[in-house]
Design a protein around this ligand. Structure first.
Ligand code: PMP
Length: 424
């Protein structure tokens, strides 16, 4: 249970904001109790309005790979802000930013800045449709790609959490052009392409899923997407809003040695500011206005303050960051496994680098059908136990937790101890 200050704030919030939150999962509904209202954050810690302190594994849902309020990033933001908050005109900073992102992703020859992951995926889909002159898109059950109409079909994240995978308010005609398959199901993908390959504009995928909890791709799955797209003239889109710059500097594509036609990025590349991007093959990106017929625009796109935070963050993505989170992640994974085994609780720990999920499920989770078998009641009880012990874990079974370079060995020890006690 949360503190009385947060409770009072939540009551006020609910009177003016639907559900009291500006993004659904924040409401803590899936785990019961009230959300903690955060006053500030530093490193691997978040601090509640009542002064309470937590070891944070939400990391702003992904951006905080370097830890919160990294001094260099804050300084870059302050300096940029002094020069004006927004111009709606090109800047040298955004050119440097685009060059820095391109240097990380060999598949990105050209890119556009937008302000959220939703805009990035929505725009990438439009570009793929405009380029191929086809309408059908393929996504995988349990993957979340933001809240654009045609992507809210069998989606993960909050939709999975609240059991409304298909949002109301999406016209039937729109939803019809989105076909869904089970993640990791290569035969189903092959069959779909065999039947309707000529209609498919794009396949969009979270290369490592975070939005149904952490679910890695089985060997060959991502490769099958790339090769089937190539064979049938469809565009492959790796949605690396979450995995980008997290699983490696060059995201899942670097980690697995792959290259998609289009890539969407967000979260880490904005260093905690509203900044995202989509980009990829030059011939495909050249359909974007003013060069081509696909329209996409934004008053705040390439915002100078956001871009400054992003650049400062990208410049600090050194190999040591990834070595550290890998080591911390391995320790956390081993600790959770041991704790669950000793407590006799059916559990599966899945991790790729700094993304980790403790599924209350006795079997490995490879798809939404398997993820949805998890014991969410048990997760809720465990989550409450963790929170009461000062661990701020994502408040849903169907969200990955994130490690940062600011976490320490002591944090991991403390978290494993809390997990042990909370499983009891
Ligand atoms: N794609 C993925 C893979 C995501 O994880 C998210 C957000 N969690 C989005 C897209 C949407 O990004 P945003 O919330 O910035 O709109």
């Amino acid at each position: 249970m949360s503190d009385t200050i947060s409770q009072a704030l939540f009551e006020r919030a609910r009177a003016v904001i639907p559900g009291g939150v500006n993004s659904p999962v924040r409401a803590f509904r899936a785990v019961g109790g009230n959300p903690v209202f955060i006053a500030r954050a530093k490193g691997a810690r978040v601090f509640g309005e009542d002064g309470s302190e937590y070891v944070d594994y939400v990391g702003s849902w992904g951006p905080a790979l370097l830890g919160h309020a990294h001094p260099d990033v804050i300084r870059a933001v302050q300096e940029a802000a002094e020069g004006g908050l927004s111009f709606g005109a090109p800047t040298s900073r955004e050119v440097r930013f685009a060059e820095a992102v391109r240097a990380l992703y060999p598949g990105i020859e050209k890119l556009r800045c937008v302000s959220s992951g939703t805009e990035a995926t929505m725009s990438a889909i439009r570009v793929a449709r405009g380029f191929t002159r086809r309408d059908v898109i393929v996504k995988f059950e349990g993957c979340y790609h933001g809240h654009a109409d045609h992507l809210l079909v069998k989606a993960g994240s909050g939709l999975a959490t609240f059991g409304v995978p298909d949002s109301a308010g999406v016209p039937e005609g729109t939803a019809k052009t989105t076909l869904t398959l089970a993640f990791n199901d290569i035969p189903a993908l092959e069959a779909l392409f065999a039947a309707r390959g000529g209609e498919i504009a794009a396949v969009i995928v979270e290369p490592v899923v975070g939005n149904m909890g952490c679910v890695p791709p089985e060997p060959g799955f991502l490769e099958a997407i790339l090769s089937l797209c190539r064979k049938h003239g469809a565009i492959s889109i790796f949605d690396e809003v979450m995995t980008g710059c997290r699983l490696a500097r060059g995201g899942a594509q670097e980690r697995y040695g792959l290259r998609a036609d289009l890539t969407t990025l967000g979260k880490i590349i904005g260093g905690g500011m509203p900044l995202a991007a989509y980009g990829g093959r030059e011939d495909v990106m050249n359909v974007v206005a003013p060069l081509g017929p696909v329209y996409q625009a934004g008053t705040l796109s390439g915002n100078p303050v956001a871009v400054a935070a992003g650049l400062a963050t990208i410049e600090r993505l050194v190999p040591e960051v990834y070595e550290k989170v890998e080591k911390l992640g391995a320790a956390l994974e081993a600790g959770f496994k041991d704790a669950a085994a000793k407590a006799g609780v059916p559990a599966t720990v899945q991790r790729v680098g700094s993304m980790i999920t403790l599924f209350f499920n006795d079997k490995p989770v490879r798809s939404w059908a398997e993820a949805s078998q998890s014991d969410t009641k048990r997760f809720a009880a465990w989550h409450a136990g963790m929170l009461s012990r000062g661990i701020y874990w994502p408040p849903s079974q169907y969200e990955a937790a994130f490690l940062s370079a600011a976490h320490t060995d002591e944090d991991i020890t403390r978290t494993v101890e809390a997990a042990r006690a909370s499983l009891g």
